[in-house]
Design a protein around this ligand. Structure first.
Ligand SMILES: Cc1ncc(COP(=O)(O)O)c(C=O)c1O
Length: 399
């Protein structure tokens, strides 16, 4: 019997093939934002899980609350109030499979094909891909080291309105931005809120790195500067406990959450994972964040020192983030870091992601690359950045 083919059956909106498998990783793996495996609080998560199983294990026989495990939503509400001046009750929190699921729910709830979405000139590729799945028209806004430039936001909004297509959303990662590393200043946050209110374009504030601060002081959340319901806020336990836990959350106006909940696939978030995160976080999360920040601060410093040493005078520029997991390296114009990426992984064992996956148009930024410093040790980072500079020199990309 001939093998069945799905070729004629795919939905119009089906995604492009992604390729199965995981891709090759370098020994010096600056490509993906993994935390240090040694810093994961495995024993604490296990203890928390055991405690919750003893206390309420029988509840595993039930499907959980559609918004997620209530004590964890209460924990999140208290954290948001304390750390981000976001005053919402647990009833207005929805837990998701990471923050990726809430972002997907927002897209499904708000975006029709062709809707214009504003975002940074380079931004988290996962969200770009999600919004593209809903056939959004992604438009990049110019940024500098203070975040989105308000005049550019306004220009892009007015341009879209001029086409008769008022933008549906502004998506931003305002703190320790992925991939560029900057943090939006208070003045820029206020200007963004003002534009959002003036032109009636809601903002999705993706704040998943905010706790990873190694120096300086926090900027207020964009949500706390609004008060009109135009800001949808998403964040995650992925960067402060572990991506493998797959627990994130969002908040927004009740009216919006009620609609968005209908776009949540798979019912609730795992009770099992929520128990571990909730019991562990109560009492331990604060000190754990301090611990991982000490580790990651050292790694950031090692990467910055190695960049100074090996890329100084090369014509390249790079960001100096106060937190988060990324440094954005810009090679001289015309240098194509995207074209040599696979060869550098093979020949030098160094991984990175070049600019295009982070570009709203999918092609800009070939001379840019994102370097993650969370995974390798400081010694490995020093060695890996030296190799990267040698690779770029050997290929004629830098002086
Ligand atoms: C800016 C940003 N938002 C969202 C996510 C999704 O993370 P998760 O679904 O694990 O919460 C990531 C992951 O890297 C990210 O960098």
């Amino acid at each position: 019997m001939s093998t069945f083919s799905y070729a004629g059956l795919y939905a119009r909106n089906a995604s492009e093939p992604k390729g199965l498998g995981f891709g090759t990783r370098g020994k010096y793996d600056f490509a993906v934002a993994y935390p240090d495996p040694g810093s994961l609080p495995l024993a604490g998560l296990l203890d928390g899980l055991r405690q919750a199983m003893e206390e309420e294990g029988g509840d595993l026989s039930l499907y959980a609350h559609p918004q997620g495990y209530t004590p964890l939503r209460e924990f999140v509400a208290a954290k948001l109030q304390r750390d981000r001046a976001i005053n919402v009750p647990a009833e207005e929190i929805v837990l998701g499979d990471g923050s990726s699921q809430p972002i997907h729910m927002i897209a499904e709830t708000l975006l029709d094909p062709g809707d214009v979405v504003l975002t940074e000139d380079f931004v988290y590729a996962g969200t770009l891909n999600t919004f593209r799945r809903f056939r959004a028209d992604m438009r990049g806004v110019a940024t500098d080291e203070e975040g989105m430039i308000p005049a550019s936001v306004e220009e892009v909004i007015r341009g879209a309105r001029g086409e008769g297509r008022p933008p549906k959303l502004i998506y931003t990662v305002p703190t320790f931005q992925n991939p560029q590393g900057w943090t939006m200043t208070l003045a820029r946050r206020k200007a963004l809120v003002q534009l959002s209110q003036q032109y009636d374009v809601p903002i999705v504030e993706d704040d998943c790195y905010v706790d990873l601060r190694y120096e300086g002081t926090d900027e207020p959340s964009i949500h706390s500067l609004d008060g009109s319901g135009r800001v949808l806020y998403v964040a995650s336990f992925s960067k402060i406990i572990a991506p493998g836990m797959r627990i994130g959350y969002m908040t927004g106006p009740r009216e919006f959450l009620e609609r968005a909940l209908g776009a949540k696939s798979g019912g609730s978030v795992s009770t099992f994972g929520s128990w571990a995160v909730h019991r562990y976080s109560t009492g331990h999360l604060h000190s754990h964040i301090e611990e991982i920040n000490d580790i990651q601060r050292d790694r950031r410093d090692a990467m910055l020192a190695a960049l100074d040493e090996h890329f100084g005078g090369s014509g390249a520029r790079w960001s100096r983030p106060e937190g988060g997991l990324f440094i954005w390296l810009q090679l001289p114009a015309g240098a194509d870091a995207a074209a040599v990426r696979d060869d550098i992984l093979d020949e030098y064992d160094v991984g990175y992601l070049a600019g295009p996956p982070f570009a709203p148009d999918g092609v800009s930024g070939t001379n840019c690359l994102r370097l993650c410093f969370g995974y390798n040790t400081a010694e490995e980072i020093t060695e890996g950045i030296g190799r990267l500079a040698a690779a770029f020199r050997a290929k004629g990309l830098i002086a």
